[in-house]
Design a protein around this ligand. Structure first.
Ligand SMILES: NC(=O)c1ccc[n+]([C@@H]2O[C@H](COP(=O)([O-])OP(=O)(O)OC[C@H]3O[C@@H](n4cnc5c(N)ncnc54)[C@H](OP(=O)(O)O)[C@@H]3O)[C@@H](O)[C@H]2O)c1
Length: 263
């Protein structure tokens, strides 16, 4: 299926590896030109080089932290200079530390809000005027299944991501008249470095092998396996496309059935 976005420009945040990288690849496969960024210059340049090797699109790489307004401003300025605008924003970031209420103090809460809530709001603030000029836009926020079912031991994530859902639902209503669509994707368990770290922690805490910890994580997933970044990227790419033209304000999990609720 041709998703109808060949030649468009996507800004993909936090995309040197994992879910962000898989989304960048999926968009490149659709002929979308890319501006990608993450904190590590070497890693993001390596990813851009892989994209240029495998696909016939342009890939601009920048080293920037999503929580730094100055660095994000610089990325957007360079993207606009290079491509003339931005049509698609994939709002992604790293995840906050694992832990419980007693583990964290005020700076930890501030950092989590900056990483998983305020960064997304700032990116939207900068990109929406560019989308309005073209009367076309797609914003896809990568959040977590935690927004539908809070996860034990991830209190920072559970709290900061909930705010992004309220923000993006409101934004979707405000921007619909400009043909700018805003949707959220909730990863369940997707096999990236983040899930590997979680499995290593669980293995160390319980005195079991890493493989056993992964098996434990797969047990309560109805599909009985951890998902791949590509399986999540397929939905992100669709929501970023022309084909998703009647979808806005949604929050969809990609979780192999892990969520036990109705919505
Ligand atoms: N994987 C899962 O099962 C799962 C489940 C639920 C939610 N999520 C969430 O989905 C998002 C992506 O997860 P992932 O599994 O793909 O993680 P990952 O494999 O650890 O990759 C994270 C990516 O984000 C970049 N990054 C991290 N902090 C950044 C920052 N402050 N500014 C710019 N880039 C930053 C990293 O590159 P640099 O280090 O170079 O910056 C890397 O490219 C995270 O918010 C995660 O919590 C993931």
């Amino acid at each position: 299926m041709d998703l109808g976005i060949k030649g468009k420009v996507a800004l993909v945040a936090a995309s040197s590896k994992g879910i962000g990288k898989a989304i960048a690849f999926a968009l490149a496969d659709e002929g979308v030109n890319l501006s990608i960024f993450s904190r590590s210059k070497d890693e993001i340049e390596r990813t851009a080089s892989e994209i240029r090797t495998h696909f016939t699109v342009d890939a601009l790489a920048s080293a920037a932290d999503v929580t730094s307004k100055e660095q994000v401003d610089q990325v957007i300025e360079t993207t606009v200079q290079t491509f003339g605008g931005i049509d698609i924003l994939i709002n992604n970031a790293g995840g906050p530390p694992f832990g419980f209420f007693d583990d964290f103090e005020s700076p930890d809460w501030q950092n989590a809000l900056e990483l998983n809530l305020l960064s997304g709001i700032y990116l939207a603030k900068k990109v929406v005027p560019l989308m309005k000029k073209r009367n076309w836009g797609r914003i896809v926020n990568i959040t977590s299944i935690a927004v539908k079912q809070p996860i034990d031991g991830l209190i920072l994530s559970n709290t900061s991501r909930a705010g992004l859902i309220g923000f993006s639902k409101t934004l979707s209503n405000e921007l619909a008249k400009h043909n700018i669509l805003v949707n959220n994707i909730c990863p369940g368990r997707i096999y990236t470095d983040r899930i590997k770290t979680l499995a290593e922690k669980r293995a160390a805490q319980s005195g079991i092998e890493y493989e056993k910890a992964i098996e434990e994580m797969e047990k309560d997933i109805p599909l009985r396996r951890i998902g791949t970044p590509e399986e999540l990227a397929a939905l992100a790419c669709f929501l970023a496309s022309e084909k998703a033209s009647y979808m806005t304000g949604t929050t969809i999990q990609v979780d192999g059935g892990l969520l036990r609720g109705l919505f």
